[in-house]
Design a protein around this ligand. Structure first.
Ligand code: G1P
Ligand code: ZN
Length: 583
C-alpha cells in the first residue's frame, strides 16, 4: 500500500475569490495559475467545522468540463493532507449537480459511511474549454449549496491565506475505473472510491416517478420524444434513464456524449443556445421537412437546468413550475399525499402564485439562487420550486434538477393520456399549457440579458433606478410619457428577503417595479458571470381574460419592454442597443 506524507506549502492570497450565486467561476487560465485552485480548496476546508473534514467522506466530481480531471487529482491530494478519510468520485469525474446532491443525501458507502459534503466542479451553463470557464462550489451535508455564512467565511479565508496542505507524493488515481484505492498517510488510511455516476440518482428517480406509466407513454407510436444534453453531463443520465430504463429509442438522444468543451457550444438550454433542438421541434423558423416530436427537452452543462418544448411550442420555465405544481399530486407518486408548499425566485413570473392561491398552498418568494429554497425544504415547508432561468426542482434533493423536470412533464403527459394512448389524438404539451392558462390566466414573460457590460456602467444604471424609485408620481409621469397604454406603478423597491427559517436577511436582491394590473419589471445584476457585469431585465404581464391568453408573447410585452428600456436609459448607460440574449 502506498504511504504518503503531507507537505505544507506557503502561498499568498488571490484577489476576487468570492463565490457568486453558485460558486467560484473564472476562466480556466485563471484557475491554472499556480496555487489558485489550491488556495480556494484550502480556504473551503478551513471554513468547515473540523468534523466535516477530518475523518469525513467527501464527494468530488462535476460536469466533466476542461480542467476537471486535473482539479480532481489536486483536490484528492489536498483532501488526503487535510485529514479527509475518503473521497468519492463519480466514474470519469462525472456527476451532474443534482446527482451530487442525491449522492450526498442517499449514498451509503460499503462501510456504512455517508458524505459530509462535495466539491462540485462546474461552471454550469457557461462554455468550457481551455479558454472558457471553470468553476467550483461546495455543497453541504443536506446536499445543497453552502449557505452565505459559509461562503462568506471561505471568501474571508481566501483573503488571508498563507498556507495549504497537500499530499504531493500521492499518485494520481485512475478515475476511469470503478473501484476502491487505499493509501496510508500519517493520520491513517485514506481511500479514493470511484463509483458509478448514475446508479444512486436513477434509484432515486424510480422512487419518485411511476416509470411504468412513462414507459407506456413512450411506447405509444403517437408519442415522439427527444432530449438534447448539449454535450454536458446530462447525456449519461439520459442514456440510462430514457433509453435503458424507459425504452426510448436511441435516436431520441441528441448530443448525449459529454465533452470537455461541450462541442464548442454554449451548454445553456434556451431558445438561443439549444438551436439544434429548437429546429428539430419546429421552432427554428426555417423550413423543416420532418414532423417535429411531441416532446423535446434540453439540459445545461451540469444538468440542473431544463428547457421543455412541445411540438412547435415553447414552455416558459415560469409556466413549467406552475404547471408541475398544479398537476403533481395526481401525476407524480412522490407527491400523492399533497404539497408542503411551493416557492419561486423573485424574478420568476407569478404563475406559481396563482396556482398556490387556487390550491391553497403555502407560497414563498425568495431571492435568485437555489440555496434560498434549501432552508424551506429542510424545514419541511416547500415541495416544489422553480426559477425563470430554466431551473425546476423539488425537495427530493437540494439542487434544481433538469432530468427530474423532464420526468415530471412526462408523468403529467402520461397521466393526461392514460386512457388515450390508443385513441385518436394525444393531449399535447401545448394543450396542457393552454388549458392551464384558461384556468389560471397567463403571465406573458421575457428576460433580456446584457452580458459583459462594463461593471461601472452597470452600477450606474442600477443606481439610477434606485434613485427613480423614491418618487412614484415621477415614475408614473415618465411612464405615461413613454406609453400611455401601460398601467400605473403601485410599488417600487429593492427586493429584500428575510428567511422565515433562520431569519437571515438578504438585501439588494434586485429592483422591482410592480404595476397595478399585476405586471412587473425587475432589474438585477447577475451573480454568476465571469467577466464584466451582466444586467438582467425581467418583463412580465398578467392576462386573466381567457380570450386574450393566446397572443404572441413579444407582441403582448412590447409596451412594457419599451417602458423598461427608456425608464432605465439602458442604451445611454451601457451603449447597447439590443440585449445579448432574449429568453
Ligand atoms: C443565474 C440565474 C439564477 C440561477 C443561477 C445558477 O444567476 O439567474 O436563477 O440560480 O444562474 O444557475 P445570475 O447570473 O442571474 O446571478
Ligand atoms: Zn447548471
Amino acid at each position: 500500500m502506498v504511504v504518503f506524507g503531507i507537505s505544507r506549502k506557503e502561498t499568498t492570497p488571490f484577489d476576487g475569490q468570492k463565490p457568486g450565486t453558485s460558486g467560484l467561476r473564472k476562466k480556466v487560465t485563471v484557475f491554472q495559475q499556480p496555487n489558485y485552485l489550491h488556495n480556494f480548496v484550502q480556504a473551503t476546508f478551513n471554513a468547515l467545522p473540523d468534523d466535516k473534514v477530518k475523518g469525513a467522506s467527501i464527494v468530488v466530481s462535476g460536469d466533466g468540463r476542461y480542467f476537471s480531471k486535473d482539479a480532481i487529482q489536486i483536490i484528492i491530494k489536498m483532501a488526503a493532507a487535510n485529514g479527509v478519510r475518503r473521497v468519492w468520485v463519480g466514474q470519469n469525474g462525472l456527476l451532474s449537480t443534482p446527482a451530487v446532491s442525491a449522492v450526498i443525501r442517499e449514498r451509503v458507502g460499503a462501510d456504512g459511511s455517508k458524505a459530509s459534503g462535495a466539491f462540485i466542479l462546474t461552471a454550469s451553463h457557461n462554455p468550457g474549454g481551455p479558454h472558457e470557464d471553470f468553476g467550483i462550489k461546495y455543497n453541504m451535508e443536506n446536499g445543497g449549496p453552502a449557505p452565505e455564512a459559509v461562503t462568506d467565511k471561505i471568501f474571508a479565508n481566501t483573503k488571508s491565506i498563507k498556507e495549504y496542505f497537500i499530499a504531493e507524493d500521492l499518485p494520481d488515481v485512475d478515475i476511469s475505473v470503478i473501484g476502491l484505492t487505499s493509501f496510508t498517510g500519517p493520520e491513517g488510511p485514506f481511500d479514493v472510491d470511484v463509483f458509478d455516476s448514475t446508479s444512486d440518482y436513477v434509484k432515486l428517480m424510480k422512487e419518485i416517478f411511476d416509470f411504468d406509466s412513462i414507459r407506456k407513454l413512450l411506447a405509444s407510436p403517437k408519442f415522439t420524444f427527444c432530449y438534447d444534453a448539449l454535450h454536458g453531463v446530462a447525456g449519461i443520465y439520459a442514456k440510462r434513464i430514457f433509453v435503458e430504463e424507459l425504452s426510448a429509442d436511441e435516436s431520441s438522444l441528441m448530443n448525449c456524449v459529454p465533452k470537455e468543451d461541450f462541442g464548442g457550444g454554449h451548454p445553456d438550454p434556451n431558445l438561443t443556445y439549444a438551436k439544434e433542438l429548437v429546429v428539430r421541434m419546429g421552432l427554428g423558423g426555417g423550413g423543416h421537412v420532418d414532423e417535429p416530436p411531441e416532446f423535446g427537452a434540453a439540459a445545461d452543462g451540469d444538468a440542473d437546468r431544463n428547457m421543455v418544448l412541445g411540438k412547435r411550442f415553447f414552455v416558459t420555465p415560469s409556466d413549467s413550475v406552475a404547471i408541475i405544481a398544479a398537476n403533481a399530486v395526481q401525476a407524480i407518486p412522490y407527491f400523492s399525499s399533497g404539497l408542503k408548499g411551493v416557492a419561486r425566485s423573485m424574478p420568476t413570473s407569478a404563475a406559481l402564485d396563482v396556482v398556490a392561491r387556487h390550491l391553497n398552498l403555502k407560497f414563498f418568494e425568495v431571492p435568485t439562487g437555489w440555496k434560498f429554497f434549501g432552508n424551506l425544504m429542510d424545514a419541511g415547508m416547500c415541495s416544489i420550486c422553480g426559477e425563470e432561468s430554466f431551473g425546476t426542482g423539488s425537495d427530493h434533493i437540494r439542487e434544481k434538477d433538469g432530468i427530474w423536470a423532464v420526468l415530471a412533464w412526462l408523468s403529467i403527459l402520461a397521466f393526461k393520456n392514460k386512457d388515450k394512448l390508443h385513441g385518436e389524438k394525444l393531449v399535447s404539451v401545448e394543450d396542457i399549457v393552454r388549458d392551464h392558462w384558461s384556468i389560471y390566466g397567463r403571465h406573458y414573460y421575457t428576460r433580456y440579458d446584457y452580458e459583459n457590460v462594463d461593471a461601472g456602467d452597470a452600477k450606474e444604471l442600477m443606481a439610477h433606478l434606485v434613485k427613480l424609485q423614491a418618487s412614484l408620481p415621477d415614475v408614473n409621469g415618465m411612464i405615461k410619457g413613454i406609453r400611455s397604454d401601460v398601467s400605473n406603478v403601485v410599488q417600487a423597491d429593492e427586493f429584500e428577503y428575510k428567511d422565515p427559517v433562520d431569519s437571515s436577511v438578504s438585501k439588494h436582491q434586485g429592483i422591482r417595479y410592480l404595476f397595478e394590473d399585476g405586471s412587473r419589471l425587475v432589474f438585477r445584476l447577475s451573480g454568476t458571470g465571469s467577466v464584466g457585469a451582466t444586467i438582467r431585465l425581467y418583463i412580465e404581464q398578467y392576462e386573466k381574460d381567457p380570450s386574450k391568453t393566446g397572443r404572441d408573447s413579444q407582441d403582448a410585452l412590447a409596451p412594457l419592454v419599451e417602458v423598461a428600456l427608456k425608464l432605465s436609459k439602458m442604451q445611454e448607460f451601457t451603449g447597447r442597443s439590443a440585449p445579448t440574449v432574449i429568453t
